[in-house]
Design a protein around this ligand. Structure first.
Ligand code: ADP
Length: 460
């Protein structure tokens, strides 16, 4: 009878499924570029290329005190940002926890809570005589509001919520101008604050990273989801030529690129595990690019491979695997831990499998898990490189080179993620790929939002 396959034999199969060749990457980059252009030329495309009404780069000389509020998925963050010019700034911040009830409460009540937190923040941080902040009677502090839920915007200080995401469900908010709702709450609390800019966190990251280093031309986020923003010439945004700044101007574009290849599924190499992730997700067909890359899904992809090997009788024979069979039970942070384990025995892997899943493992199995994490993590980084390469190539940044500001837990905490992105860029562009370098970006929703508020004020 046939000899039993070793874990190394199994690994070979997954290597061929999850490996992206440079040639395949270049094909993806070409398709990605076309998709970006389509989104700029027509409304309502899969990758929507959302105009942000942030016009051009900051000068780096923006100065003064600005407030920012970030309504995130778990926290409400309020910052006072003092821009000092020359790319320098100081930040004072406080976080307020959002309860699940508040996310489902009447929309106006949610904004009232934001205003109430702002009031507490202002009372504790701005009334201090030594703070140097003197508001003249009638003077208002400009506020940048980071609201990272899909909105249609026609100007910077306005935005209609299309639909809630990230677990929010506050009634009477979808279809409404959230900036106007927030303004009503600010008035209710009689705050000397003027909401001047409504922004998305990726756009904030773009502007903040350019403020500190003008070589930063692109921003990317790799967290629960994934997204990118960059600065486009108005002449190359055919769907909105008439924004009132002339065709020579520039405007930041929030790509919402997680949607690349959604529905058609023509360009990205999807394995059967990726298909299961998609089909069992709450939005099948959507966010196809994001589902191969972001922190929300990488652990699940690895778990589905393990489940297949359990079904085939390869792994954990005679052990009870029910804990591992729960969808999303395997966190993406475990992939980081598997990859960074410094011990020969792979003690970290022993810890994860015994503690979280009550499973015993052999050394050969643990080496397999680590190798599998590497395949899945590497594929995510190389696909990210394809997205970055598409923007670089579209904008002609390759020759002179540019920096890419990156943020999110996957980028910041996954070992080797940045190196793999860089390696991927070289596979796409050859040696010139070295001209494109990613690095950790400044905080977009605090600092970025304040800079945008400053830029907006300067334009008025
Ligand atoms: P968000 O995108 O929600 O603002 P983060 O940038 O922190 O927040 O991303 C959260 C995602 O990152 C989660 O999906 C989580 O599984 C993943 N994550 C958290 N820690 C790590 C880690 N050490 N390595 C890899 N992924 C991680």
């Amino acid at each position: 009878h046939a000899t039993k396959k070793t874990m190394a034999d199994h690994l070979r199969k997954y290597e061929s499924l999850f490996t992206l060749t440079p040639q395949r990457m270049r094909m993806i980059v070409e398709a990605f570029k076309d998709t970006l252009e389509l989104g700029l030329s027509k409304h309502k495309q899969t990758v929507p290329m959302i105009p942000t009404y942030v016009f051009g780069w900051p000068t780096g000389q923006e100065k003064g005190d600005y407030l920012s509020v970030d309504l995130g998925g778990t926290n409400l963050r309020v910052c006072l940002v003092t821009l000092e010019g020359e790319g320098k700034f100081e930040v004072t911040q406080t976080k307020y926890r959002l309860t699940e009830e508040q996310k489902q409460e009447e929309g106006q009540k949610l904004f009232d809570f934001c205003a109430e937190c702002l009031k507490t923040f202002v009372d504790t941080n701005l009334q201090d005589e030594n703070s140097g902040l003197k508001l003249q009677p009638g003077e208002k502090l400009p506020l940048g509001f980071t609201f990272s839920y899909p909105c249609t915007q026609e100007r910077i200080d306005h935005g209609e919520l299309i639909r809630w995401t990230k677990g929010f469900g506050a009634p009477n908010t979808e279809g409404h101008d959230v900036a106007a709702m927030f303004r009503a709450s600010l008035e209710k609390f009689e705050l000397p604050i003027e909401l001047t800019a409504l922004i998305n966190d990726t756009t904030g990251t773009l502007i903040a990273s350019n403020y500190v280093n003008p070589k930063n031309k692109i921003a990317v986020i790799f967290g629960t989801g994934c997204n990118a923003a960059y600065m486009e010439y108005v002449k190359d945004i055919p769907k909105i030529h008439d924004v009132g700044i002339g065709l020579d101007g520039q405007m930041a574009i929030n790509c919402e690129w997680g949607a690349f290849d959604s529905f058609e599924h023509e360009h990205l190499p999807r394995t059967k595990y990726d298909q299961i992730v998609d089909e069992t997700s709450n939005k099948p067909g959507e966010q196809a690019f994001e589902k191969l890359i972001s922190g929300r899904y990488l652990g699940e992809i690895l778990r589905l491979v393990l489940c297949e090997l359990i079904d085939e009788g390869v792994l954990f024979l005679g052990q009870n695997t029910y804990k591992l069979e729960v969808p999303y039970a395997f966190d993406t942070a475990f992939l980081s831990l598997l990859e960074s384990d410094p011990t020969d025995e792979l003690l970290m892997a022993i810890g994860i499998f015994t503690h979280f899943f009550a499973l015993e493992t052999t050394l050969a199995e643990r080496q397999f898990f680590r190798a599998l994490a590497k395949l899945i993590g590497r594929r995510a980084a190389r696909l990210s490189a394809c997205g970055i390469a598409a923007i670089v190539s579209k904008m002609g940044y390759l020759e002179e080179g540019c920096s890419v500001g990156a943020d999110g837990s996957l980028y910041n905490k996954y070992p080797g993620f940045a190196d793999r992105v860089h390696e991927g860029l070289q596979d796409v562009f050859g040696d010139k790929g070295r001209n494109i370098v990613t690095h950790h970006a400044e905080d977009g929703s605090g600092v970025g939002s304040a800079i945008i508020a400053a830029m907006t004020k300067a334009r008025k």
